[in-house]
Design a protein around this ligand. Structure first.
Ligand SMILES: [Ca+2]
Ligand SMILES: [Ca+2]
Length: 162
């Protein structure tokens, strides 16, 4: 029973909007008024292969909220950012649901960083960055790059087109 009995028996969720793949985030489930007995709230993820939550969280007697940890799973797939819905439900309460975006951190494409001043016969560094589909820099990615430059003809003859 609610101490504040004039409040609606509605759960609400306070969720982070974004968690990068493989990371964790703090969230909480809230009730409008405290209770005299502990309230067990069931939690569910719409996509447990991307994001998990504890099966239950308990709001202690006298409290109006309890925190829990959201865990996102890392993979090596360029699968893009994905919204996963978390639902909280408890007996005699209206449920709550909300999205958390799981941010992809896997390489989707590569880009050349700006190349500085070049002089003939002088080596210059070239940086190629891996980026995720959300354009984040992928810092943990390393791979071998092989480069070559074609010899450039110095003939002054116009190229034949036939
Ligand atoms: Ca990943
Ligand atoms: Ca991924």
């Amino acid at each position: 029973m609610l101490v504040n009995d004039n409040e609606k028996r509605t759960l609400s969720l306070n969720l982070p909007s974004l968690i990068t793949e493989g990371g964790t985030g703090g969230a909480s489930v809230i009730i409008p008024g405290s209770m005299t007995t502990p309230l067990v709230v069931n939690l569910a993820s719409s996509n447990p292969s991307k994001l998990t939550v504890p099966a239950t969280v308990t709001i202690a007697a006298g409290n109006t909220a309890s925190g829990f940890t959201i865990t996102t799973l890392n993979d090596t797939i360029d699968d893009g950012d994905l919204a996963v819905f978390i639902t909280a439900s408890a007996a005699t309460f209206s449920s709550a649901s909300g999205p958390v975006t799981v941010r992809d951190n896997d390489p989707s494409y590569f880009e050349f960083a700006n190349i500085g001043t070049q002089a003939p016969g002088v080596a210059f560094p070239v940086t190629i960055n891996a980026r995720s589909s959300g354009n984040d820099l992928v810092t943990a990615y390393t791979s071998t790059a092989v480069s070559s430059a074609p010899a450039i003809a110095t003939s002054s003859k116009p190229a034949r087109t036939s």
